[in-house]
Design a protein around this ligand. Structure first.
Ligand SMILES: Cc1cc2nc3c(=O)[nH]c(=O)nc-3n(C[C@H](O)[C@H](O)[C@H](O)COP(=O)(O)OP(=O)(O)OC[C@H]3O[C@@H](n4cnc5c(N)ncnc54)[C@H](O)[C@@H]3O)c2cc1C
Length: 436
């Protein structure tokens, strides 16, 4: 399918250059940054196309379209869904699918747009404008957690049966890695898939599964047998209406309320062996590859949410009077907000750098792990600091800082805890003594 956005490219090229809007004098007479800084002769200038800038060109147009969809179809309902502790996944995915957003980086043959992964990061960053963490997370599971391995390694038939409808928003997917006895230690999972004729017979269960109550299928990691704990697992697509699947309960969580998180049991669940993604025994490796996109996505999705909170905290403290002046007149608050914004910008730079390397075809396990670690830590720091400046109002259950405080706490745990990121980084950077 041709990209429906291509015709807009020329219009974007005609749009004003970066920083053009900044070329004005600020109120205190200090010149604002301008694009007309004289360059030393003979020095190569990095073109815009060399840098990630999601406000420009195709990025900008896709981002604006997604923003409109969020503003019209998602944000007006977020409070209602949070209160109901579930959002209508099929309805929301159908709207996103119809607009092309569930397959930006997926093959055109299955209804995707075939764009490079920087567009996935642009989408994750923009999803941060949804006024809760739960709905972006559910969308991210569909686009960047349960489908990357299927898109990369799945057979044509499997992709036609499960990837194409996930891209179209006709089916909701989920990713089944964690189990009651194994989260951080992925290789310790106990779910088994035993061969019987042309089928696998699956037994075991999965824990904390996002979209789990509503999903049509799961990309499930199961033990299929082999000679080492890293080569004895396979990823298998399990339709969740199969006999023997039991979605036992919707889990009650600290945050991410409108996302349905389930515990799911498998009791002699039969699926054809053709539902296996790629080679048998390669599931652990595929999952590790898939984690690169999951972790970049999970880092990028926090940026706009945190920026919004910093901005709204400035607005709130700018209005809130204490000791005869707005709270924001205290330099300690101004400086703290400026510091937090600086940290967010540094996170963005790290994510963009990781993305550029990933798009260039490199393994970015190291940079993606750093970004995920930084995002988890920063999510906690920013929401805690901002909530403080909202005082009692921030402590109210339904307030924006309280929701973000609850939701952001997940990112130091889910998709690989901070310590797992540190374990990966310690190994990769050679900080682990030999023999350990
Ligand atoms: C809301 C939510 C949604 C989720 N969605 C999904 C999903 O869709 N699919 C899915 O498969 N999973 C999902 N998960 C599971 C999530 O990925 C796991 O919770 C996570 O990987 C951590 O595993 P665990 O909870 O078993 O923690 P454990 O492995 O028991 O670890 C507990 C804590 O120990 C510490 N720790 C762990 N390893 C080390 C180490 N090597 N060194 C030092 N300290 C360490 C960390 O602080 C960690 O938080 C979700 C979880 C939640 C809460």
């Amino acid at each position: 399918m041709p990209c429906p956005w291509r015709h807009l490219e020329a219009a974007a090229r005609a749009s004003p250059p970066r920083n053009a809007r900044c070329a004005k004098q600020s109120e205190d007479g200090v010149p604002a940054p301008t694009s007309a800084i004289p360059r030393p002769p003979g020095v190569r200038i990095l073109e815009d196309k060399d840098m990630l800038d999601f406000s420009q060109g195709e990025y900008g147009m896709l981002r604006d379209a997604l923003r409109r969809l969020i503003a019209e179809e998602i944000n007006p309902y977020v409070d209602e869904w949070e209160e109901a502790r579930i959002f209508p996944a099929h309805e929301v995915m159908a709207k996103l699918g119809e607009a092309g957003f569930l397959g930006l980086t997926k093959p055109e043959a299955y209804g995707g747009l075939g764009l490079d992964y920087s567009y996935g990061v642009m989408m994750a960053e923009t999803l941060g404008e949804i006024r809760c963490g739960a709905v972006p997370m559910a969308i991210g599971v569909q686009t960047d957690m349960c489908t990357p391995a299927l898109a990369r390694f799945g057979s044509d038939e499997l992709r036609a049966q499960f990837l194409a409808p996930a891209i179209a928003g006709e089916m909701v997917g989920c990713i089944g890695v964690s189990e009651p006895e194994a989260g951080s230690d992925v290789a310790a999972i106990r779910t088994t898939a035993r061969k019987d004729g042309d089928d696998y017979v699956i037994n075991g269960g999965k824990m904390w599964i996002t979209n789990g109550m509503q999903a049509d299928w799961m990309c499930c990691l199961a033990n299929t047998g082999g000679d080492s704990r890293h080569r004895d697992k396979s990823l298998i697509v399990v339709p969740l209406d199969s006999k023997g699947v039991e979605r036992s309960r919707k889990l009650h969580k600290l945050g991410m309320w409108s996302s349905d998180t389930a515990q799911i049991f498998f009791d002699d669940v039969r699926v054809p062996q053709s539902f296996r993604v790629g080679e048998e025994g390669e599931g652990f490796r595929y999952q590790m590859i898939q984690f690169q996109e999951e972790r970049l996505w999970a880092a990028a999705v926090v940026i706009r949410a945190l920026e919004r909170l910093v901005k709204e905290t400035a607005e709130y403290t700018g209005q809130r009077q204490a000791f005869g002046a707005p709270l924001l007149s205290k330099q300690v608050i101004q400086f703290r907000l400026a510091e937090l914004q600086t940290e967010i910008e540094a996170l963005r730079a790290l994510i963009y750098r990781a993305t550029e390397h990933y798009v260039a075809g490199e393994d970015v396990t190291r940079l993606a792990s750093m970004a995920k670690l930084k995002a988890g830590r920063l999510g906690r720091e920013v929401t805690d600091a901002c909530l403080q400046y909202w005082g009692g109002q921030g402590y109210m259950w339904e307030s924006e800082p309280a929701r973000q405080f609850r939701d952001a706490r997940l990112w130091s745990i889910g998709g690989g805890a901070d310590e797992v990121m540190l374990q990966i980084l310690s190994r990769m950077d050679g900080f682990v003594p030999e023999g350990e």
